[in-house]
Ligand binder design. Structure first.
Ligand code: AMP
Length: 604
């Protein structure tokens, strides 16, 4: 990809060639493209495509039929009309620019229409996974003072008490009075929030990242300048809307006027069958996490573009999936910098890197004191440009810590840099190499998890003195393991000293009330004390990652497969999730708690 690298003074802008100085500081600047920074909001991007190609299919409902002929297709005009009704209904309830509306529905065209409806009302949406526990939904809705929760009929029944009113999209649309509001007249500007995403917070409370229309609209254009999605593409929609990768997967196609094939929850639970589904549906673009691609055992010849991101890319996937007629990108970016900040087109034989900044983004590599480091030296990646969010909702201290005034000067296009917490270095060809985290954040199937959040939720449970959680690999399985120290004299400690079983089931159910399934440790190990580092007194996570486990735990019985398909599905899922019980209805992103690294990755 095109990006420039160079020393900070003078800033290298206005050029598009790759130029890496043999020495000097690690600064990279994406192609400078002021034409991609526009005065626009998301609703306008959708409306432009709806106006340009009203009859083109926008959404195909995979759940509505077993083949192309029987599936429901919604044209751009139809989606425009339905989302207008929701926008008008929200406006009739007094909801508009600056307000937040929760969105809690399973993946479906209805969810996507509701999302467009919220943005057409001028409000920001706050997405939740269908599997999110209602306590967590309540915490986030209250934290951002949401005005309403749009929920499917099923989830509406689970809506938390004491938060804002829960309504189905139909109920909202029934209250529509006239056309959708005129957003500019209502005062909406690109600076207003477009969506909020809550991610795991290290102190135990999820934190809300506020992304503005300016952030996201620019990103869509910058990203597609590189990817080249067109109106003829059929894009697989499989990501959870609670994961910001979905913004790229859903909204880049809207920008291009392409078609989204909206996978049903059952399809996402059946990775073995996915290639056949993709082939049959004529999917040309797949945007997902490497773990899911690693599960696909058959080729999908019509796929011409694969976008991978959210977690480190295992090299064998490149050899398997990048072909002369198919582009494969490794994309990297934290939610705080709006979906993707850097990308690399990967060809077989290439070393895995995260490339360089996409258009208008900048990247700096610095040591702890924020001094820039030279090529080959590891440092923290700082990100600048129009994607950098204003910060965390109502968390001024955390915002000040992570979003810093650009200490390197520059041309004024990146006044604030986001400290990613990722350790990277610049290779000899000027590409960024990802090395891992410099803190305790881990990734579970692309979802960002702060170990500190899980620990603080375990510690507040009765009878527990302290706890530490690590992501470790046992027997080829990547899983969260909690080391738990019972309170002295507590029933669990006495039980434990008598060799009796610690009540893992009770702890697990208590945690499931507040955390999504992917955050619940797969294994609880009872220990007398936690190992600490002599120098800092901090928990020694490295020791915990290697410590032998005393108890072999299973968290339930495996359902027997009912037919050959279920047997094949179970075998494929076990290559990723190990021998934990796997419900046949489980969703890849939402339901499963631990993950096996595909064999070829584990061998690395
Ligand atoms: P999220 O905010 O959920 O998108 O998570 C962002 C984090 O995911 C980054 O800070 C990285 O730690 C990790 N990440 C995202 N993309 C990649 C990638 N391509 N390679 C390695 N790590 C990645």
């Amino acid at each position: 990809m095109n990006h420039t690298a160079g020393t900070v003074r003078p800033p290298s802008h206005g050029t598009r060639q790759t130029a890496v100085p043999p020495t000097g500081a690690a600064v990279l600047r994406g192609p400078v493209r002021p034409d991609l920074i526009r005065d626009e909001v998301l609703a306008e991007i959708f409306r432009d495509s709806a106006r340009a190609r009203p009859d083109h299919p926008a959404l195909i409902d995979a759940a509505s039929g077993s083949d192309a002929a029987s599936r429901t297709r919604l044209s751009y005009a139809e989606v425009d009309r339905r989302s207008d009704a929701i926008a008008s209904g929200l406006a009739a309830r007094g909801i508009g620019p600056g307000d937040v509306v929760g969105l809690w529905m399973a993946r479906s065209p209805d969810l996507l229409v509701a999302q467009i409806g919220i943005t057409k009302a001028g409000a920001a949406w706050l997405p939740f996974d269908a599997e999110a526990p209602s306590d967590r939904v309540a915490v986030c809705l209250n934290d951002c003072d949401a005005k309403a929760l749009l929920a499917s009929a099923t989830l509406k029944d689970k809506a938390p008490d004491g938060a804002c009113p829960a309504l189905t999209p139909d109920e909202v649309a029934a209250g529509a009075a006239g056309p959708a509001p005129d957003l500019r007249a209502a005062g909406l500007t690109p600076e207003h929030p477009a969506y909020l995403i809550y991610t795991s917070g290290s102190t135990g409370v999820p934190k809300g990242i506020v992304i503005s229309h300016r952030n996201i609209c620019h990103f869509l254009r910058s990203a597609n300048d590189l990817y080249g999605v067109t109106g003829d593409d059929v894009v697989f929609q499989g990501a959870s809307v609670a994961f910001d990768l979905s913004m790229e997967e859903i909204w880049v196609p809207y920008l291009a006027g392409a078609t989204l094939f909206v996978a049903s929850p059952a399809q996402m639970g059946d990775a073995e069958a996915l290639p056949d589904i993709l082939n049959e549906a004529g999917i040309t673009v797949l945007d997902t996490v490497p773990t899911l691609l690693g599960l696909m055992t058959k080729d999908v010849p019509a796929l011409r573009l694969i976008l991978l991101g959210g977690e480190a890319l295992p090299e064998p996937l490149i050899a398997r999936w990048a072909t002369p007629s198919r582009k494969l990108f490794n994309t990297y970016g934290p939610t705080e910098a709006t979906v993707v900040a850097t990308a690399a087109e990967m060809k077989p034989g290439d070393p895995v890197t995260i490339g360089g900044p996409i258009a208008n983004y900048t990247a700096y590599i610095a040591d702890e004191a924020l001094n820039l480091v030279g090529p080959g030296v590891q440092g923290e990646l700082l990100i600048g440009g129009p994607g950098v969010a204003k910060g965390y909702l109502a968390r001024p201290e955390l915002t000040a810590e992570k979003f810093v005034a650009n200490p390197y000067g520059g041309d004024g296009s990146d006044p604030v840099l986001y400290r990613s917490g990722d350790a990277v270095s610049l290779d000899s060809a000027g590409r960024i190499v990802f090395h891992g985290r410099i803190d305790d954040q881990v990734k579970v199937r692309g979802f960002r998890v702060e170990l500190g959040e899980i620990e603080s939720r375990i510690r507040v449970q009765p009878g527990i003195a302290s706890a530490a959680v690590v992501l470790r690999q046992d027997d080829g399985v990547d899983r969260l393991v909690a080391f738990v120290v019972p309170e002295r004299g507590s029933a669990s400690q006495q039980e434990n000293s008598r060799g009796a079983e610690f009540d893992r089931g009770r702890l697990r159910s208590a945690l499931a009330e507040t955390m999504p399934p992917y955050m619940i440790p797969a294994h609880f190990e009872v220990v007398e004390s936690l190992p600490v580092l002599a120098a800092s007194g901090k928990v020694d996570r490295k020791a915990l990652r290697a410590a032998p486990l005393a108890v072999v735990e299973t968290s339930g019985e495996q359902e027997e497969p009912r037919d050959e398909t279920e047997a094949a599905l179970l075998a494929a899922a076990q290559t990723v999730f190990g021998n934990q019980p796997i419900p046949f209805e489980a969703d890849f992103f939402g339901d499963l708690g631990e993950q096996r690294v595909p064999a070829e990755i584990a061998e690395e």
